[in-house]
Write a protein that binds this ligand. Sequence first.
Ligand SMILES: NC(=O)C1=CN([C@@H]2O[C@H](COP(=O)(O)OP(=O)(O)OC[C@H]3O[C@@H](n4cnc5c(N)ncnc54)[C@H](OP(=O)(O)O)[C@@H]3O)[C@@H](O)[C@H]2O)C=CC1
Ligand SMILES: CCCCCCCCCCCCCCCC(=O)[C@@H](N)CO
Length: 313
Amino acid sequence: MFGFSKSWNPRGLHAYVTGGSTGLGLALAKILVLKGAHVSIVARNQEKLDKAIEELELLRVDAAQKVLAYSFSLTSAETSTTALEAVCAPFDGKAPDAVFACAGASRPAFFVEMEAQHLEQGMRDGYWVQAWTAWAAAKMMAKQQKKGGKIVLVSSTLGYMSFLGWASYSPAKHALRGLADTLQSELMLYGISVHIYFPPTMHTPGYEEENKTKPQIVKEIEDADEGLTAEQAAKALYRGVESGQAHITGDLITSLFRASTRGASPKNNWILDGVYDAIAYVATPIWRSSVDKKVVSHRMEHHDYLAKKGFFT
Ligand SMILES: NC(=O)C1=CN([C@@H]2O[C@H](COP(=O)(O)OP(=O)(O)OC[C@H]3O[C@@H](n4cnc5c(N)ncnc54)[C@H](OP(=O)(O)O)[C@@H]3O)[C@@H](O)[C@H]2O)C=CC1
Ligand SMILES: CCCCCCCCCCCCCCCC(=O)[C@@H](N)CO
């Protein structure tokens, strides 16, 4: 916790990874299996879970390691609690040592074209899908008086900043930061450490999916962000947890936004975070005005697009 304590080692521990069947969650589950942890993954689609287990089984380092998958949708308090209990059953009902809430989905679009249900789904698939797991896990760990538990949430660069197209998603990812900062403080009462990861673009199945509804202008703005593979992103997440960082970033752009929006969130490095903050002080206004110009010059094209789609009639 103070930076000089021994780094976290998951060997022999039980790690629960939500969204562990594809993308970031699967890449993280692979790292954890390779490190000798017992790993449980939860997602909805059984076929994808089966395929993930096949891949994870190949990486086991110990015959006694448990590598298990369960199908649940984690968008309600009830299902998230039931999922957690199912995951703990092979461990005599004992709470996991670490919970990684990676599950999530996004559906970028223009705000005025979104239906009410899209905005509600945004909070469900961005915020609640992780918040309920954190809630169920915190309760279980506190009740069992478990020491040294970890809860890790997954936000996004869009949990620190935002731009057009992300109205149903960015608020949910900002909300996760509020939850993580609250729990980072409150769960100290129970010796539980809380971490939150802010990945940039990751080239995952989820990214392929969101690009189906993503407006072209949003894609163009995101071109400035090269993105990470799921493996690179998972490694950064793992390293951040290993070294006890409250806010974890694994790329320069997000580190700049982290340092410049930190508020009272714990710093990672007193010197480097100050340097990032100073760079961001100059760089963010430049980026901001270039994006504003791009959006304003898109007005006519956007008007024609809406007209063609019958928006005004
Ligand atoms: N890819 C990107 O560019 C970025 C992604 N993120 C965030 O990172 C996390 C991982 O993203 P990524 O790896 O790209 O996503 P993927 O779509 O590749 O994987 C998402 C995982 O979550 C599961 N999942 C989704 N919804 C639910 C649900 N309701 N209940 C249970 N499981 C669910 C999926 O399985 P199934 O569908 O079968 O349930 C899958 O295992 C997400 O929280 C995402 O918002 C953050 C920044 C950038
Ligand atoms: C400081 C000045 C530098 C400015 C450069 C900024 C470049 C834009 C960064 C866009 C990042 C968007 C990530 C979206 C990730 C995400 O959450 C979605 N893919 C949903 O899954």
